[in-house]
Design a protein around this ligand. Structure first.
Ligand code: SF4
Length: 527
């Protein structure tokens, strides 16, 4: 069997980061970890190829080579997935679709004419599908509701990927989240009892990536890396000595709940293992709204203090906010803006709320008769609110637009980035040098490739200087801040410059959001 595994194209969003990706000489942001995992679950004798439509079309030669197309993705990928399915049908290929889109809306895929829809996680559902295939089945819905034991999950087939094309590698140590925020589909899809790979399994995956030559950014794509702090600590205990022995080859990013800010010891372990970025779902600073959304764990301690603790102790943050939650009043956008400015978060993602199928929110809105008749097809654009909010949608969209325009105004963004890195403690290396201790080996956070091509670093720096220090109207601010950081917290200068580089994407995102919101009541959001 010759199986072509296809990763779909994402619509333009916060995560597109195209300017950063291009400046690094890469083609896409993150490796398609799901497909690499699926590949490891397929029979050894099958011939496999992965094509990632984020940066590459499926050529005629690949179509001709394949007997079967395996496609995976989320609802947000629907449009591109349907395009691939239509083309595969035209060419008479067997099409198999899995992933969260298939699990949440299988009937749409049946209607689109796919051969097999696989519901559930690959580790438990793929063996069932393979058995059906060997019994002569030519199509159907494969439903595997059980949650697989991740300790039996194989090492993903990283070897099938062109790693050089990506800015970031990825591994996953757990699935599920112990919290049940009303709007979130993680518990629906993966359960509220978090399941884990063993620390040895995780190390094996990292060692394979290392052996394949990967160095640099690596995303722990867990839904909540600290869903079990015990598990997170067990991984960090293995990771820290390995990272030190190997000269800090990876620079880790992950997602956690805000409760990370309540545990300084855990933050310390994470930075010792060379974690540099966490994605935090803050949602809103409004207490009553958080409680209504079943997200009271954000309030166990003051939210701003938790965020500041993470910042001060050495982790950069991407803060995620939602506007349009029930219980909000006019001015919710201003409250988010005030919180972001108080905590100096440079990188923030703001989305208008959408109800995802089968979440607690979805079920409640259905009961209340507030889901739009086309609530699932609205999601096709990835941009519109698909239910009747408690205040006018136009007001919500306008607040979201004004918030994005305000926060991503370059001069304001740079001011927050400056204050954020000014208050971050110095790097471990700088601290060790200051205290006369032997510093940890040089961090290779931007990969060996950069060390082999220092000219690339210089070019990146010169491009930043040209954009922000020479032609920008705020160039004076750029130089003042550069000098200020150099004087007051020099070891964070590189992190600050990186955040300015990432900011280039956000400055552009403003016009995308503006176009979407201005295009009408069904056009907003950046998911
Ligand atoms: S903490 Fe995050 S991952 Fe967990 S349920 Fe809430 S939003 Fe989802």
């Amino acid at each position: 069997m010759r199986a072509l595994l296809v990763n779909p194209k994402s619509p333009y969003s916060f995560w597109t980061l195209d300017k950063t990706i291009r400046s690094l000489g890469k083609k896409s942001a993150v490796i398609p970890l799901g497909l690499a995992t699926v590949a490891a679950l397929l029979p050894k004798e099958w011939e496999l190829k992965i094509v990632d439509r984020e940066y590459r079309e499926i050529s005629d030669a690949l179509w001709g080579w394949s007997d079967m197309i395996l496609l995976t993705g989320m609802i947000v990928h629907r449009e591109d997935m349907l395009t691939v399915i239509a083309e595969a049908n035209r060419r008479g290929k067997c099409v198999v679709v899995g992933g969260s889109y298939a699990s949440l809306l299988p009937d749409e895929l049946v209607e689109a004419g796919v051969s097999f829809v696989i519901i559930g996680e690959g580790e438990s559902a793929i063996p069932v599908w393979l058995e059906a295939l060997s019994n002569g089945a030519s199509g159907g819905i494969i439903r595997e509701a059980g949650k697989p034991d991740l300790t039996r999950s194989p090492v993903p087939r990283f070897d099938l990927l062109d790693l050089d094309a990506y800015a970031m590698a990825a591994v996953q140590t757990s699935r599920g989240c112990p919290f049940d925020c009303e709007f979130c589909d993680i518990a629906t899809l993966y359960g509220s009892k978090q399941r884990h790979k063993t620390p040895d399994q995780v190390m094996e995956e990292l060692i394979q990536l290392y052996a394949l030559g990967w160095r640099g950014p690596l995303f722990f794509s867990d839904d909540n890396f600290i869903g079990s702090k015990k598990h997170a600590r067990a991984i960090l205990e293995k990771l820290i000595p390995w990272m030190k022995q190997h000269g800090q080859p990876f620079d880790f990013w992950t997602q956690t709940s805000v409760t990370l800010g309540h545990d300084l010891e855990l933050i310390d372990l994470m930075t010792e293992a060379n974690f540099s970025f966490v994605f935090l779902r803050i949602e809103t600073p409004e207490e009553n709204v958080l409680r209504q959304a079943r997200k009271a764990h954000n309030l166990a301690k003051p939210l701003d203090e938790a965020v500041r603790a993470i910042n001060a102790n050495g982790l950069s943050i991407v803060g995620s906010f939602i506007i349009g939650l029930d219980g909000e009043k006019t001015g919710a956008g201003d409250n988010i803006r005030a919180f972001v400015e108080k905590t100096n978060l440079p990188l923030v993602m703001v989305n208008a709320l959408q109800a995802l199928p089968h979440t607690l929110l979805w079920e409640r809105l259905k009961q209340e008769g507030r889901l739009l008749p086309n609530a699932t097809s609205c999601l096709l654009t990835g941009s519109t609110m698909n239910f009747v909010p408690m205040r006018p949608q136009e007001e919500i969209m306008e607040e979201m637009l004004q918030l994005s325009l305000h926060l991503y105004e370059p001069s304001r963004y740079m001011e927050r980035a400056y204050n954020f890195y000014l208050t971050m403690r110095p790097t471990r290396r700088a601290t060790a040098l200051r205290e006369g201790r032997k510093p940890p080996r040089e961090v290779q956070s931007s990969s060996d490739q950069r060390r082999r091509y220092p000219a690339k670093d210089l070019l990146l720096f010169l491009s930043l200087v040209w954009t922000h220090g020479i032609i920008a109207p705020y160039r004076g601010q750029f130089w003042r801040q550069l000098a200020g950081l150099y004087r007051r917290n020099p070891s964070r200068l590189v992190a600050y410059l990186n955040s300015i580089g990432i900011g280039n994407n956000m400055f552009h995102l403003r016009s995308v959001i503006q176009d979407r919101v201005r295009s009408g009541p069904t056009g907003a959001g950046t998911r």
